[in-house]
Design a protein around this ligand. Structure first.
Ligand code: UT7
Length: 357
């Protein structure tokens, strides 16, 4: 069998209608619009309405992605939902999503890895396609963090938003999809982003509830240091695996947590900020949804083109990190080989002459 790649044939994003601005938060916690913008770059976040759930948001994003892919839910071979904020502890929200989509009997599972979840799920989907097991896979990144945030804790409540993003991958022999990736984990930093009493180690009881130990708590400074340390390193590893360099990348899509973290990554990679897609001002940190939502927004605004080669890079709880080189549309083996070895100018010429389709 010839090598199989997972082409992104559909994408979709859903953000709840309700917008909460920094000015809104000024009225409820001791913070200011200026502080939030200066320290994070966030201006607003979308917050789910009471009737919305992780499953309903996931399904909205998935329906758009399937529509774009011109695929029926029943054509799917697998559904992966990257999330840490599913509707219930059990069953996994992926089965609800499968049922609501009408993807009868399609296998579905949750991949729970915080902010890096979507890239872990994308690279997992790629393995099922590379091995020839599945043809069509739906990968969703969805979070409803507003229900896990302590709205009296200014250290965390200003940072997060709700959203869902989805990709449909389809097997093809043409070189595209995930061309290289890097995943990693360092559990010694597990205390830095943690909801203490939301698992089996510390079951929720009256005391943990009163102390708010089921909410997400964060040591922001430590996460910040970790993120600025790891983003350049993991990006380089994914590029090396793809046998590409930063010159071969059209756009870098980092996890949208904090503008200052993205700026620090740009400095450490010696790149101007224009190379990075920034959407954190609109959506805040939507964890596993942040990268697919940013890509959908970038495609809609024209900041990302359909034949772009993207570098996706993320960090988050665990602590974990992940990066992937993602070729949106297929490129011929010839164009890929030329683009790999040639100067940026030649690569550009190859691309503008239509070899990328
Ligand atoms: O997806 C991964 C999830 N996590 C992250 O991405 C978080 C990464 N870390 C960060 O984004 C930043 O560390 C934060 C935005 C969370 C905090 O920014 P910082 O520049 O690291 O501030 P800090 O934690 O050093 O706090 C500086 C001061 C403190 O006051 P004192 O102790 O100096 O008097 C905080 O209490 O700012 C205070 N502060 C606030 N002030 C106004 C913390 N949150 C707020 C707030 N409004 N919302």
């Amino acid at each position: 069998m010839q090598k199989q790649y997972g082409r992104i044939i559909g994408w979709g994003a859903y953000v709840p209608e309700k917008i909460v601005t920094n000015y809104d938060l000024e009225k409820t916690v001791d913070t200011s619009h200026e502080w939030i913008v200066q320290r994070t770059g966030i201006h607003q976040r979308h917050i789910a309405a009471p009737h919305e759930t992780n499953a309903t948001m996931s399904v909205e994003a998935a329906r758009q992605a399937l529509h774009k892919a011109n695929l029926a839910a029943a054509d799917l071979d697998l559904i992966i939902v990257a999330t840490t904020t599913g509707d219930h502890l059990t069953p996994a929200v992926s089965s609800q999503v499968q049922h609501m989509l009408g993807a009868t009997d399609v296998p579905a599972f949750v991949l729970s890895n915080g902010c890096t979840g979507f890239l872990y799920a994308l690279t997992t989907a790629q393995q099922f396609i590379s091995s020839g097991v599945y043809q069509n896979i739906l990968v969703i990144g969805a979070e409803l963090l507003s229900r896990y945030v302590d709205w009296t804790d200014r250290n965390t409540c200003v940072l997060f938003g709700d959203a869902a993003g989805a990709f449909v991958l389809q097997a093809t022999e043409e070189a595209c999809g995930v061309l290289g990736f890097d995943l990693g984990s360092d559990g010694s930093g597990s205390q830095h982003i943690i909801a203490h009493a939301a698992g089996s180690a510390e079951p929720i009881n009256a005391t943990t509830f009163d102390e708010g130990r089921h909410f997400i708590r964060m040591n922001g400074r430590e996460v910040f240091k970790f993120a600025t340390r790891i983003l350049g390193t993991t990006s380089q590893r994914a590029l090396t695996q793809a046998q590409l360099s930063l010159n071969d990348i059209d756009c870098i899509v980092p996890h949208q947590a904090n503008l200052r973290i993205i700026q620090a990554a740009a400095r450490s990679m010696n790149l101007p900020m224009e190379r990075f897609l920034v959407k954190v001002h609109k959506y805040a940190n939507t964890s596993a949804a942040s990268i697919p939502v940013a890509i959908c927004d970038g495609l809609a605004s024209g900041e990302i083109k359909l034949d772009d080669r993207l570098l996706l890079v993320s960090f988050g709880s665990g602590l974990t990190w992940a990066s992937a080189v993602l070729q949106m549309a297929p490129i011929t083996e010839f164009a890929y080989a030329v683009a790999k070895t040639a100067s940026p100018e030649v690569a550009e010429l190859v691309s503008s002459n239509g070899f990328t389709h």
